[in-house]
Design a protein around this ligand. Structure first.
Ligand code: COA
Length: 282
Protein backbone atom coordinates (compact mmCIF):
# COMPACT_ATOMS: atom_id res chain seq x y z
CA UNK A 1 0.00 0.00 0.00
CA UNK A 2 1.37 3.44 -0.95
CA UNK A 3 2.22 5.59 2.08
CA UNK A 4 1.34 9.24 2.71
CA UNK A 5 4.79 10.00 1.36
CA UNK A 6 3.51 8.98 -2.06
CA UNK A 7 -0.17 9.84 -1.84
CA UNK A 8 -0.15 13.31 -0.27
CA UNK A 9 -0.01 16.29 -2.64
CA UNK A 10 3.06 18.16 -1.47
CA UNK A 11 3.41 21.76 -2.63
CA UNK A 12 7.05 22.52 -1.86
CA UNK A 13 8.79 19.19 -1.23
CA UNK A 14 9.05 15.86 -3.03
CA UNK A 15 10.87 12.58 -2.69
CA UNK A 16 12.60 10.27 -5.11
CA UNK A 17 13.61 6.74 -4.23
CA UNK A 18 17.05 5.74 -5.46
CA UNK A 19 17.20 2.10 -4.35
CA UNK A 20 19.38 0.59 -1.59
CA UNK A 21 17.26 2.40 1.00
CA UNK A 22 18.36 5.83 -0.28
CA UNK A 23 15.69 8.53 -0.55
CA UNK A 24 16.31 11.94 -2.08
CA UNK A 25 14.27 14.66 -0.37
CA UNK A 26 13.91 17.77 -2.52
CA UNK A 27 13.28 21.36 -1.60
CA UNK A 28 10.96 21.83 -4.51
CA UNK A 29 10.33 25.41 -5.56
CA UNK A 30 12.76 25.59 -8.46
CA UNK A 31 11.17 28.73 -9.94
CA UNK A 32 11.96 30.50 -6.63
CA UNK A 33 15.39 28.86 -6.32
CA UNK A 34 13.91 26.71 -3.52
CA UNK A 35 13.55 29.70 -1.20
CA UNK A 36 12.09 28.38 2.04
CA UNK A 37 8.60 29.76 2.64
CA UNK A 38 6.40 28.86 5.64
CA UNK A 39 4.68 26.10 3.63
CA UNK A 40 8.05 24.44 2.99
CA UNK A 41 8.91 24.61 6.70
CA UNK A 42 5.60 22.96 7.67
CA UNK A 43 5.85 20.36 4.92
CA UNK A 44 9.46 19.54 5.81
CA UNK A 45 8.41 18.81 9.40
CA UNK A 46 5.72 16.43 8.15
CA UNK A 47 7.74 14.71 5.45
CA UNK A 48 10.75 14.19 7.73
CA UNK A 49 8.44 12.53 10.26
CA UNK A 50 7.18 10.20 7.55
CA UNK A 51 10.70 9.45 6.29
CA UNK A 52 11.86 8.71 9.83
CA UNK A 53 9.25 5.95 10.06
CA UNK A 54 9.51 4.85 6.41
CA UNK A 55 10.83 1.30 6.26
CA UNK A 56 12.17 1.79 2.74
CA UNK A 57 14.36 4.75 3.76
CA UNK A 58 17.71 4.11 5.41
CA UNK A 59 19.53 7.26 4.23
CA UNK A 60 18.00 10.70 3.58
CA UNK A 61 19.66 12.93 0.97
CA UNK A 62 18.51 16.56 1.14
CA UNK A 63 18.86 18.34 -2.18
CA UNK A 64 17.28 21.04 -4.34
CA UNK A 65 15.12 20.84 -7.45
CA UNK A 66 16.47 22.69 -10.45
CA UNK A 67 19.58 24.82 -10.32
CA UNK A 68 19.62 25.83 -6.63
CA UNK A 69 20.00 23.98 -3.34
CA UNK A 70 18.14 26.79 -1.59
CA UNK A 71 18.18 30.58 -1.87
CA UNK A 72 17.59 30.71 1.90
CA UNK A 73 14.48 31.96 3.66
CA UNK A 74 11.80 33.38 1.38
CA UNK A 75 12.16 37.14 1.80
CA UNK A 76 8.61 37.78 0.63
CA UNK A 77 6.61 35.02 2.35
CA UNK A 78 8.73 34.29 5.42
CA UNK A 79 9.74 37.87 6.22
CA UNK A 80 7.77 40.69 4.58
CA UNK A 81 4.33 39.03 4.54
CA UNK A 82 4.62 38.05 8.22
CA UNK A 83 5.56 41.55 9.39
CA UNK A 84 2.60 42.59 11.55
CA UNK A 85 1.43 38.96 11.94
CA UNK A 86 3.11 37.77 15.15
CA UNK A 87 1.15 34.51 15.34
CA UNK A 88 2.04 33.61 11.75
CA UNK A 89 5.66 34.59 12.35
CA UNK A 90 5.88 32.49 15.49
CA UNK A 91 4.43 29.40 13.82
CA UNK A 92 6.62 29.70 10.73
CA UNK A 93 9.75 30.36 12.81
CA UNK A 94 8.97 27.38 15.07
CA UNK A 95 8.55 25.08 12.05
CA UNK A 96 11.77 26.41 10.51
CA UNK A 97 13.70 25.62 13.68
CA UNK A 98 11.96 22.31 14.17
CA UNK A 99 12.85 20.88 10.78
CA UNK A 100 16.44 22.09 10.93
CA UNK A 101 17.45 21.50 14.52
CA UNK A 102 15.31 18.53 15.53
CA UNK A 103 13.88 16.59 12.61
CA UNK A 104 16.97 16.91 10.44
CA UNK A 105 19.87 17.44 12.84
CA UNK A 106 18.81 14.71 15.27
CA UNK A 107 17.12 12.40 12.78
CA UNK A 108 17.85 8.79 13.75
CA UNK A 109 18.71 8.05 10.12
CA UNK A 110 21.88 9.31 8.42
CA UNK A 111 21.44 12.51 6.42
CA UNK A 112 23.47 13.88 3.52
CA UNK A 113 23.18 17.41 2.11
CA UNK A 114 23.78 17.16 -1.63
CA UNK A 115 24.38 20.79 -2.58
CA UNK A 116 23.63 21.23 -6.25
CA UNK A 117 23.73 25.04 -6.53
CA UNK A 118 22.99 28.17 -4.51
CA UNK A 119 23.03 27.84 -0.73
CA UNK A 120 22.28 31.10 1.05
CA UNK A 121 21.37 32.41 4.49
CA UNK A 122 18.87 30.17 6.27
CA UNK A 123 20.04 27.29 4.08
CA UNK A 124 23.15 27.07 6.26
CA UNK A 125 21.20 25.77 9.26
CA UNK A 126 19.91 22.86 7.14
CA UNK A 127 23.34 22.30 5.59
CA UNK A 128 25.02 22.08 8.98
CA UNK A 129 22.18 19.93 10.36
CA UNK A 130 22.97 17.17 7.87
CA UNK A 131 25.59 14.63 9.00
CA UNK A 132 27.55 14.81 5.75
CA UNK A 133 27.59 17.52 3.06
CA UNK A 134 28.71 17.00 -0.53
CA UNK A 135 28.60 19.89 -2.99
CA UNK A 136 29.31 20.52 -6.63
CA UNK A 137 32.59 22.45 -6.98
CA UNK A 138 30.75 25.35 -8.63
CA UNK A 139 27.93 25.63 -6.06
CA UNK A 140 27.64 29.11 -4.60
CA UNK A 141 27.39 29.59 -0.83
CA UNK A 142 26.77 32.84 1.01
CA UNK A 143 25.90 34.24 4.42
CA UNK A 144 24.08 36.94 2.50
CA UNK A 145 21.91 38.32 5.32
CA UNK A 146 24.16 41.36 5.73
CA UNK A 147 23.54 42.20 2.05
CA UNK A 148 19.85 42.82 2.65
CA UNK A 149 20.06 44.37 6.09
CA UNK A 150 19.95 41.64 8.72
CA UNK A 151 22.49 39.24 10.24
CA UNK A 152 22.46 35.43 10.72
CA UNK A 153 20.19 35.31 13.76
CA UNK A 154 18.24 32.65 15.65
CA UNK A 155 19.75 29.21 15.84
CA UNK A 156 21.83 29.92 12.75
CA UNK A 157 24.20 32.18 14.69
CA UNK A 158 24.78 29.26 17.02
CA UNK A 159 25.20 26.42 14.52
CA UNK A 160 27.69 28.34 12.41
CA UNK A 161 30.05 27.60 15.26
CA UNK A 162 29.52 23.86 14.69
CA UNK A 163 30.92 23.96 11.18
CA UNK A 164 32.93 27.17 10.64
CA UNK A 165 35.91 28.61 12.39
CA UNK A 166 35.40 31.92 14.18
CA UNK A 167 37.53 33.64 11.55
CA UNK A 168 35.58 32.22 8.60
CA UNK A 169 32.17 32.81 10.21
CA UNK A 170 33.06 36.42 11.05
CA UNK A 171 34.50 37.12 7.61
CA UNK A 172 31.64 35.67 5.60
CA UNK A 173 28.80 36.90 7.81
CA UNK A 174 30.27 40.43 7.90
CA UNK A 175 31.15 40.70 4.21
CA UNK A 176 28.34 38.57 2.71
CA UNK A 177 30.91 37.50 0.13
CA UNK A 178 29.87 34.42 -1.85
CA UNK A 179 32.20 31.42 -2.09
CA UNK A 180 32.16 28.23 -4.10
CA UNK A 181 32.00 24.52 -3.22
CA UNK A 182 35.78 24.11 -3.35
CA UNK A 183 36.23 26.91 -0.84
CA UNK A 184 33.45 25.47 1.37
CA UNK A 185 35.31 22.16 1.39
CA UNK A 186 38.66 23.81 2.09
CA UNK A 187 37.07 25.55 5.12
CA UNK A 188 35.50 22.21 6.22
CA UNK A 189 32.02 23.74 6.14
CA UNK A 190 31.18 20.73 3.97
CA UNK A 191 32.62 17.22 3.82
CA UNK A 192 33.79 17.39 0.21
CA UNK A 193 33.17 19.02 -3.13
CA UNK A 194 33.30 17.24 -6.46
CA UNK A 195 32.94 18.21 -10.12
CA UNK A 196 29.27 18.80 -10.95
CA UNK A 197 29.01 15.78 -13.24
CA UNK A 198 30.11 13.52 -10.37
CA UNK A 199 27.84 14.96 -7.67
CA UNK A 200 25.04 12.39 -7.80
CA UNK A 201 27.37 9.40 -8.28
CA UNK A 202 29.58 10.43 -5.34
CA UNK A 203 26.58 11.08 -3.12
CA UNK A 204 25.09 7.69 -3.97
CA UNK A 205 28.45 6.02 -3.31
CA UNK A 206 28.62 7.51 0.20
CA UNK A 207 24.92 6.87 0.83
CA UNK A 208 25.34 3.21 -0.10
CA UNK A 209 28.13 2.80 2.46
CA UNK A 210 25.81 4.22 5.12
CA UNK A 211 22.79 2.20 4.03
CA UNK A 212 24.81 -1.03 4.38
CA UNK A 213 25.67 -0.35 8.05
CA UNK A 214 23.74 -1.62 11.05
CA UNK A 215 21.08 1.14 11.39
CA UNK A 216 20.81 0.92 15.19
CA UNK A 217 24.55 1.45 15.59
CA UNK A 218 24.64 4.17 12.95
CA UNK A 219 21.84 6.06 14.66
CA UNK A 220 23.50 5.79 18.08
CA UNK A 221 26.83 6.89 16.59
CA UNK A 222 25.48 10.12 15.14
CA UNK A 223 23.18 11.08 18.00
CA UNK A 224 25.85 10.32 20.61
CA UNK A 225 28.45 12.36 18.77
CA UNK A 226 26.20 15.37 18.26
CA UNK A 227 24.97 15.27 21.85
CA UNK A 228 28.32 14.66 23.54
CA UNK A 229 30.43 17.21 21.70
CA UNK A 230 29.37 20.11 23.92
CA UNK A 231 29.57 18.18 27.22
CA UNK A 232 32.55 18.26 29.48
CA UNK A 233 34.81 15.19 29.52
CA UNK A 234 33.14 13.39 32.43
CA UNK A 235 29.60 14.03 31.25
CA UNK A 236 30.50 12.85 27.75
CA UNK A 237 32.16 9.73 29.09
CA UNK A 238 29.20 8.80 31.28
CA UNK A 239 26.59 9.62 28.64
CA UNK A 240 28.27 7.79 25.76
CA UNK A 241 28.95 4.68 27.88
CA UNK A 242 25.28 4.59 28.92
CA UNK A 243 24.19 5.23 25.34
CA UNK A 244 26.45 2.44 24.15
CA UNK A 245 24.89 -0.06 26.57
CA UNK A 246 21.39 1.04 25.50
CA UNK A 247 22.40 0.63 21.86
CA UNK A 248 23.65 -2.93 22.35
CA UNK A 249 20.43 -3.80 24.20
CA UNK A 250 18.30 -2.34 21.39
CA UNK A 251 20.18 -3.90 18.48
CA UNK A 252 18.15 -6.81 17.07
CA UNK A 253 21.09 -8.16 15.05
CA UNK A 254 23.53 -7.94 17.97
CA UNK A 255 26.13 -6.37 15.70
CA UNK A 256 28.81 -6.09 18.38
CA UNK A 257 28.82 -9.84 18.99
CA UNK A 258 28.45 -10.62 15.30
CA UNK A 259 31.33 -8.30 14.36
CA UNK A 260 33.66 -9.88 16.90
CA UNK A 261 32.60 -13.43 15.97
CA UNK A 262 33.17 -12.91 12.24
CA UNK A 263 36.64 -11.45 12.91
CA UNK A 264 37.96 -13.43 15.87
CA UNK A 265 36.38 -16.85 15.33
CA UNK A 266 35.48 -17.06 11.67
CA UNK A 267 38.14 -14.78 10.15
CA UNK A 268 35.61 -13.61 7.55
CA UNK A 269 36.59 -9.91 7.46
CA UNK A 270 38.91 -7.28 8.92
CA UNK A 271 37.14 -4.51 10.90
CA UNK A 272 39.90 -2.04 10.04
CA UNK A 273 39.12 -2.39 6.36
CA UNK A 274 35.36 -2.75 6.18
CA UNK A 275 32.06 -3.72 7.78
CA UNK A 276 31.11 -7.15 9.08
CA UNK A 277 28.98 -9.17 6.68
CA UNK A 278 25.31 -8.45 7.22
CA UNK A 279 23.77 -9.37 3.90
CA UNK A 280 21.11 -11.47 5.58
CA UNK A 281 20.31 -8.75 8.15
CA UNK A 282 18.83 -6.00 5.97
N1 COA B 1 13.21 34.90 -1.21
C1 COA B 1 12.16 35.12 -2.02
N2 COA B 1 12.21 34.97 -3.36
C2 COA B 1 13.37 34.55 -3.87
C3 COA B 1 14.51 34.29 -3.09
C4 COA B 1 14.39 34.46 -1.69
N3 COA B 1 15.40 34.19 -0.83
N4 COA B 1 15.52 33.91 -3.89
C5 COA B 1 15.01 33.93 -5.14
N5 COA B 1 13.74 34.32 -5.14
C6 COA B 1 12.82 34.47 -6.26
C7 COA B 1 13.06 35.77 -7.02
O1 COA B 1 12.36 36.84 -6.42
C8 COA B 1 12.50 35.39 -8.38
O2 COA B 1 11.10 35.44 -8.31
P1 COA B 1 10.23 35.97 -9.58
O3 COA B 1 10.57 35.03 -10.71
O4 COA B 1 8.82 35.85 -9.13
O5 COA B 1 10.70 37.35 -9.84
C9 COA B 1 12.91 33.93 -8.53
O6 COA B 1 13.10 33.45 -7.21
C10 COA B 1 14.19 33.72 -9.30
O7 COA B 1 15.19 34.55 -8.70
P2 COA B 1 16.26 35.36 -9.57
O8 COA B 1 16.91 36.34 -8.67
O9 COA B 1 15.61 35.90 -10.79
O10 COA B 1 17.21 34.15 -9.99
P3 COA B 1 18.78 34.17 -10.29
O11 COA B 1 19.10 32.78 -10.72
O12 COA B 1 19.11 35.28 -11.20
O13 COA B 1 19.49 34.48 -8.89
C11 COA B 1 19.86 34.11 -6.52
C12 COA B 1 19.40 33.51 -7.86
C13 COA B 1 19.65 33.01 -5.48
C14 COA B 1 21.34 34.51 -6.62
C15 COA B 1 19.01 35.37 -6.18
O14 COA B 1 17.63 35.08 -6.39
C16 COA B 1 19.19 35.84 -4.77
O15 COA B 1 20.13 36.52 -4.47
N6 COA B 1 18.26 35.45 -3.86
C17 COA B 1 18.33 35.83 -2.45
C18 COA B 1 19.40 35.01 -1.74
C19 COA B 1 19.52 35.40 -0.29
O16 COA B 1 20.14 36.39 0.05
N7 COA B 1 18.93 34.62 0.58
C20 COA B 1 19.07 34.79 2.01
C21 COA B 1 17.76 34.69 2.65
S1 COA B 1 17.99 34.49 4.40
Amino acid sequence: MASELETREWKTVKIERKGDGITFLYMNRPEKRNAMNPTMCFEMCDILDLLTDDKETRVIVLTGAGEAWTAGMDLREFFRELDGNPAGRRKAAAANKEWAFTKLRMNPKPTIAMVNGYCFGGGFSKLIACDIAIAADDSIFGLSEINWGIFPAGGLARVLDDAMSLRDAMYYSMTGEPFDGKKASEMRLITMSVPRDQLIAKTLEVAKVLSAKNPVVLSAAKIAHKTARRMDYWEADEYTMAKSIAMVAQDPEKGRNEGMKQFLDEKRYRPGLGNYIREDKK
